[in-house]
Design a protein around this ligand. Structure first.
Ligand code: NAD
Length: 543
């Protein structure tokens, strides 16, 4: 056992590279894209020390070019879920007993590998597999993932250093045990960094994990697994399975050693998983930890004093970056009538200039939505607006899936603040706008608070400090991440810990100490130096 109170190197946020013409990073990512497209990947599941190829191959294609073949992954079934759980349980004791600084070293090494030799590769995989432009890939797969790994190592050290007080003759200690069992990480398609963080955060705290990525993220998940191997993560600590969600759930949630769920995805799926766990509660040895970050219906509330240019920029970046497929994407906007004309004109002028197409062409701001199912769901919202008497499409509204799943950035104007595109999560490049009489600020704030069951992110734009404070008060529970004069997307690890409440999740703040605390079960140890030998208390001697 090493002796020393080790300090994790102080983390700072990974700088976002510019990818301007002529830069070495642009050259590197272009080469990585070419290299990735030159070979069909054959992606196995990783269970214990084994790479599992079932022969049940499922094609991976870029959403912006759905006939192109990036490769195939091998789909598993219930038996592979059993095997992955078994592998996690076998690896558990050695991993839990490994000194924490050695666990930290593995993940810090992974962060440096991503920052250096794997940066172009993981960005290229995210660009191709999830249709992100280079900037969106860089802030996700490279920078945010590096930040998650580095900041979490520091938070782990801080948690371990939190110790109770002791009185004379006693030493009280707190031991942060990993959970007793295995953790199930279920991850979404839209962020490579979230997928990577959901399996590594519990692992960093000494747990072993069964990781089930979304099928549409497996192409970049494979690069994450390569990085884990290169960083020296022992076999069995993170076991990656490609199994249909309900099939995996059926095995995991019926296992007595299921100890925790680390989920990010839709609200509907999370509620279903929570209910299943509740129904099975008698099966488990422990009460499982349930952590879930889910959907959003994120707002921009504009006060009459706001600046129209700032507001229109926030709408375009907040609503349309990554095709609106961010849980934090702005999707409902409340604009006072004194500003609407100018905001409208500016939106027309910006959207005229924005280009849509493959992320492999670096001039495209908008790329494709993730898959056919998503494309059809979003297109249906557009079609419904086209025949609605409550709403109209004022910009965009076209879609085409002949080559890739492309949907134009679309602006809906509605006279009904409760119209469905103002209330439901669409998860695509559609933003809905409701123009309110500027003297109805108070009533509109109430409307913002009450029109959606979600509470993930939201923003107030105003130059009036009284209005800002009022919005912050009325909307106290409407968003877990609240922005003043900024778009509601783009949270940075260590700066704006991320997560929402109400229908948006358990708000355990990814990439923060709060989240890591969910993956430990503390044992309090009291050691007495001056042992007591007499049962008698002095008060018993009184008459
Ligand atoms: P999804 O809910 O469709 O899938 C998420 C994961 O759950 C996938 O791995 C999927 O295979 C799995 N799954 C689905 N049904 C399952 C079942 N019955 N049993 C077990 N697993 C099952 O979500 P998605 O489309 O991948 O991601 C988009 C959603 O994620 C949006 O709602 C978005 O708001 C949300 N999201 C939230 C945050 C946040 O931090 N709040 C971040 C990113 C994404």
């Amino acid at each position: 056992m090493p002796n020393g109170n080790f300090k994790v190197p102080e983390p700072s946020n990974e700088p976002v590279l510019s990818y301007i013409d002529g830069s070495s990073e642009k050259q590197a990512v272009k080469e990585a894209l070419k290299e990735a497209k030159s070979q069909e990947k054959d992606v196995p599941m990783y269970i214990g020390s084994n790479e599992i190829r079932t022969g049940q191959k499922i094609r991976m294609s870029p959403p912006h070019d759905h006939q192109f073949v990036l490769g195939y992954f091998h789909e598993g079934n219930a038996s592979h879920v059993h095997d992955a759980i078994e592998a996690a349980l076998v690896a558990r004791q050695a991993w839990a007993n490994l000194s924490w600084e050695y666990r930290a070293s593995i993940f810090l090494k992974a962060a440096d590998l991503i920052a250096g030799p794997y940066r172009a590769k993981i960005n290229a995989a995210t660009m191709l597999g999830q249709s992100k432009n280079i900037y969106q890939a860089e802030i996700d797969a490279a920078c945010e993932y590096i930040d998650f790994l580095k900041f979490n190592a520091t938070y782990m050290e801080e948690i371990y250093s939190q110790q109770p007080k002791s009185s004379i003759g006693v030493w009280n200690r707190m031991e942060y045990r990993p959970l007793e069992g295995f953790v199930f990480a279920v991850t979404p398609f839209n962020f490579t960094s979230i997928a990577g963080n959901l399996c590594t955060a519990p692992a960093m705290m000494g747990n072993t994990v069964v990781w089930k990525p979304a099928y549409t993220q497996i192409y970049s998940a494979q690069v994450i697994m390569e990085i884990f191997k290169a960083a020296g993560l022992p076999d069995g600590v993170i076991n990656t399975i490609y199994v249909d969600g309900p099939v995996a759930g059926e095995v995991v949630f019926n296992h007595s050693e299921f100890a925790g769920l680390h989920f990010t995805g839709s609200t509907q799926v999370f509620k279903h998983l929570w209910k299943t766990i509740g129904q099975n509660i008698d099966i488990y040895n422990n009460y499982p930890r349930i952590v879930g970050e889910t959907g959003g219906k994120d707002f921009i509330m504009v006060h009459a004093s706001a600046d129209a240019q700032e507001v229109s920029t926030a709408i375009v970046r907040g609503a349309f970056e990554y095709q609106g497929q961010k849980c934090s994407a702005a999707s409902r906007v409340y604009i006072p009538d004194n500003l609407w004309e100018e905001v409208h004109e500016r939106l027309i002028s910006i959207l005229k200039r924005i280009k849509m197409g493959s992320p492999e062409n670096f001039t495209n701001f908008i790329n494709a939505v993730i898959d056919k199912k998503s494309f059809e769901k979003i297109a249906k919202y557009i079609d419904d607006v086209k025949i609605s008497s409550d709403a109209e499409i004022i910009l965009g509204g076209n879609y085409d899936d002949s080559k890739g799943y492309f949907i134009e950035p679309t602006v809906v104007l509605t006279s009904n603040p409760r119209y469905k595109t103002m209330c439901e999560e669409i998860f695509g490049p559609i933003v809905s706008i409701y123009v309110y009489p500027k003297n109805k600020f108070d009533a509109t704030l109430k409307l913002v608070d009450e029109s959606s069951s979600y509470a993930l992110t939201g923003a107030i734009f105003s130059k009036d400090r009284y209005a800002i404070e009022q919005a912050s008060d009325v909307l106290q529970y409407a968003a877990g991440n609240f922005y003043i004069n900024d778009k509601p997307t783009g949270a940075v690890v260590g700066q704006q810990p991320f997560g929402g409440a109400r229908g948006s999740g358990t708000n355990d703040k990814a990439g923060a100490q709060m989240n890591l605390l969910r993956w430990v079960s503390a044992r309090t140890i009291k050691e007495t130096f001056l042992e007591v030998t007499d049962y008698n208390y002095p008060f018993l001697d009184s008459k």
